[in-house]
Design a protein around this ligand. Structure first.
Ligand SMILES: [Mg+2]
Length: 209
């Protein structure tokens, strides 16, 4: 059993805020918003209120500890969270890298600060921009006993229900415990079919693992 629940790292752009397709369209479940962000007024974003419901339901199980891992930084709590219906989350400080590509060294630019921040903590990490070496990194962590799951949505579709379901299954598998007789037990889970009624009941995760 994992000593502490794994972190759930959540990106914003291409995950909660999909990229517009040809003609500026986004999937119909997303609602348009405009936000003032770092000196830019009226930045258009599209958000899906179902994301808040689903993320809240997942986190209310206690199986994961949510944190932002996005270039929106702490401002995700001010500009994104209230519009999708999540509480405030801690965030990983990604710094302000001078990059012109998401993969300046062949892998996701966020990976180094995220790896430093995580240490040996298990993680499910949602981002639309992983490169093949990131999957090698995740596999290597998992091999040495640090469960690591990468979830990569299509940036034009954003986070889907199936992504959340996959994370839930993965995290539930980590929550299995073994008693001294070798019997397996699972931490009881709440009914996933009724996510709305429970709301955000989990405690905030620590700033560091
Ligand atoms: Mg992204």
């Amino acid at each position: 059993m994992a000593a502490v629940p794994p972190y759930l790292l959540i990106d914003v752009d291409g995950v909660l805020n999909p990229f517009p397709g040809p003609g500026g369209s986004v999937p119909p479940e997303y609602l348009p918003h405009r936000v003032d962000f770092r000196g830019h007024r009226g930045v258009p974003i599209w958000l899906n209120p179902n994301h808040g419901v689903r993320v809240n339901a997942l986190c209310s199980t206690g199986l994961v500890q949510p944190c932002w891992a996005t270039s929106w930084g702490a401002e995700a709590n001010l500009l994104i969270a209230p519009r999708v219906g999540t509480p405030h989350f801690p965030h990983v400080d990604l710094g302000t890298p001078d990059i012109s590509t998401p993969h300046p060294r062949g892998y996701l630019w966020k990976r180094d600060p995220v790896a430093d921040w995580l240490g040996n903590a298990p993680v499910a990490w949602i981002d639309d921009d992983f490169a093949p070496p990131d999957y090698d990194w995740a596999a290597e962590r998992t091999r040495r006993g640090v469960p690591t799951l990468l979830i990569q949505p299509d940036p034009y579709a954003g986070l889907g229900r199936h992504h959340i379901a996959a994370i839930r299954l993965w995290a539930a598998s980590l929550s299995q415990v073994h008693d001294t007789a070798g019997n397996h037990h699972e931490r009881p889970l709440e009914d996933p079919r009724d996510p709305v009624a429970r709301g955000p009941q989990w405690g905030a995760c620590s700033d560091r693992p």
